[in-house]
Design a protein around this ligand. Structure first.
Ligand code: NM2
Length: 551
């Protein structure tokens, strides 16, 4: 699989590669040169987008959730993403870990502590500050922001993309292909290129947000461990170290680099969660978690559509809408990456495992780490809120760490966790960006190494741009801007998938687990129930009449 590791081996698609590179340079260089003007523009954009499109982002969330539910439990769920003889490429455990680590990164290490504290100070739904209800809602709301709806958004593009790759046997790793069911041959023209550049821009903006938020966090942890001065140089140093690690990972590709880092971090994260659960107020944390789940389910539709239309207090815009945009911006990366690792699974398997395990994973962080922070604040052990307001998020996270037993060990372990978590998100992104800008690539190949490394470096550069401008606003706005054009793309992909499935499987969808395979340029619908599981050469029954393999 690694035979194509030179740029010459796998040609670069110039018409996508260059516009994307130019777009990165045109945004990050001016931001570095004119930070003040940049942040002014950024603030205005934030206000305009959230003021105008909040309802659309919220509706997209609910619609994605409904669509994914239908995919899992409806007829399309039975479609196998692969030939009948294709076994899943990775074991289910490793697959879920990779999926989780690609989509969840360093941000959870900061937000799981900070978000509930922010919400204690500014509760949702006009609850009065300092009340019992406000505390319960502050513990629950982040679980909504990192729960079923965002995971449904996250995995929506993955399904049409995996369908294109493994059912239709596509040979390019680009999301524009997943829109072909709607646009047909138009995808081969400028429209297809436009979609791919939007996708690349979205990935770059999303990763930029993560970098902008996380570099200060890890710098603060380094500062704490080694007694260093917080400086721009330290931040650059952290970024350089990161770039090296990411470069190592993308250089080694999917199964060696990315999988190794994901597995390592999966284990480390689990240990850190168990440690805080055991060392912290265990019963309080379990009780709060259980309570949050009920509160969440009870209010699911209310909070999913809460636009605060009368009072317009700004809560939904500042929190839910921003979050949905952030997840949407990451969705193309997830789509391509998860599609690439999901060969041999059914649509139901992908959707249910992804949405449920993704959410449960995030809930565990917010229940344990978030609950611990809530406990520290409400019992008055540490005033995290004033640290957050006066010194910022990184300092607050360090303050939480210092309250834990063995903090001399825990802080380095947490630093490593953050460090690797960002790497696993950025390496998947660099891998995906390289795939999009490769001319031809089927689901069994990898993009050229030089191309992968180049994107790791460009992402780091964009991160520096956002760091120079500074401030959460710049970072958040870049997300909103890149997410907006992705909304129609998501809709088109969903329609494409349904059209393709109807075209390919027809009435066979109604009763059987089906798999579509290509033989002699014709599609056949295969009754998967009769076919032996893995590695069987020939399928048992060919049910439906063969039809020509179109697009
Ligand atoms: N999401 C999950 O920085 C990161 O952790 C990547 C962020 C979209 C909020 C994912």
């Amino acid at each position: 699989m690694n035979k194509n590791n030179s740029l010459a081996g796998k040609g670069i698609e110039q018409t996508i590669f260059w516009p994307a590179v130019v777009a990165v340079l045109c945004t990050s260089v001016p931001l570095m040169l004119f930070p003040e003007a940049g942040s002014q523009i950024v603030n205005n954009l934030f206000a305009w987008i959230t003021g105008t499109f909040s309802w659309l982002f919220l509706l997209t969330g609910v619609a994605s959730f409904a669509f994914m539910g239908w995919l899992a439990f409806g007829p399309l769920g039975r479609i196998k993403l692969g030939a009948p003889e294709d076994a899943p490429e990775f074991s289910t455990g490793a697959w879920i870990t990779m999926l989780f680590c690609a989509g969840i990164g360093i941000s959870i290490c900061a937000w799981s502590f900070a978000e509930p504290i922010y919400l204690l100070d500014g509760p949702p739904l006009h609850l009065a500050k300092g009340t019992t209800a406000a505390t319960e809602w502050a513990a629950m709301y982040p679980m909504f922001h990192w729960g079923l709806i965002p995971w449904a958004i996250y995995l929506l593009p993955a399904v049409p993309m995996a369908y294109y790759l493994y059912v239709r046997k596509g040979n390019v790793l680009r999301l524009s292909e997943a829109c072909r069911g709607v646009f047909g041959g138009l995808i081969d023209g400028p429209l297809g290129k436009l979609i791919d550049v939007i996708v690349m821009f979205s990935i770059i903006g999303a990763v930029g947000t993560s970098l902008g938020l996380s570099v200060p966090l890890v710098s603060a942890l380094f500062q704490e461990m080694f007694g260093l001065e917080q400086s721009f140089l330290l931040q650059l140093g952290v970024l350089a170290l990161w770039t090296l690690m990411i470069a190592w990972s993308v250089w080694n590709g999917l199964s060696k680099g990315i999988q190794t880092l994901s597995n390592f971090n999966g284990v480390l994260a689990l240990l850190m969660l168990v440690f805080v659960l055991a060392a912290g107020p265990t019963l309080y944390l379990m009780g709060l978690w259980t309570n949050s789940m009920g509160l969440y389910l009870d209010n699911f539709f209310h909070i999913s559509t809460w636009t605060d239309p009368v009072e317009k207090g700004g809560f939904p815009e500042g929190w839910t809408v921003f979050y949905w945009a952030w997840w949407v911006a990451y969705a193309p990366m997830m789509g391509l990456f998860v599609a690439r690792i999901s060969r041999g699974r059914t649509i139901k398997d992908l959707v249910l495992n992804g949405v449920i395990w993704g959410s449960v994973g995030c809930w565990a962080f917010f229940a344990i780490w978030g609950g611990y922070a809530v406990h520290l604040q409400t019992t008055g052990v540490v005033d995290l809120l004033s640290i957050l307001n006066n010194q910022g998020m990184p300092a607050m996270v360090v303050a939480v760490m210092k309250t834990l037993p063995f903090s001399g060990l825990i802080i380095p372990a947490f630093t490593v966790l953050c460090f690797v978590f960002l790497a696993t998100t950025v390496d998947s992104s660099a891998y995906t960006l390289a795939s999009i800008s490769t001319r031809e690539l089927n689901g069994y190949e990898e993009p050229a190494r030089a191309n992968r490394i180049l994107w790791a470096v460009l992402l780091a550069l964009f991160g520096v741009g956002l760091l120079v401008v500074g401030g959460l606003k710049a970072v958040q706005t870049s997300t909103l801007v890149v997410a907006l054009p992705m909304l129609p793309v998501m809709l088109i992909m969903a329609i494409s998938l349904v059209r393709w499935a109807r075209e390919d499987f027809g009435s066979a969808l109604d009763s059987k687990v089906c798999s579509l395979r290509l033989s002699n340029g014709r599609h056949e619908v295969v009754d998967q129930l009769d076919a032996a599981p893995a590695a069987q050469a020939a399928p048992a029954t060919v049910m439906a009449k063969a039809q020509p393999a179109s697009n």
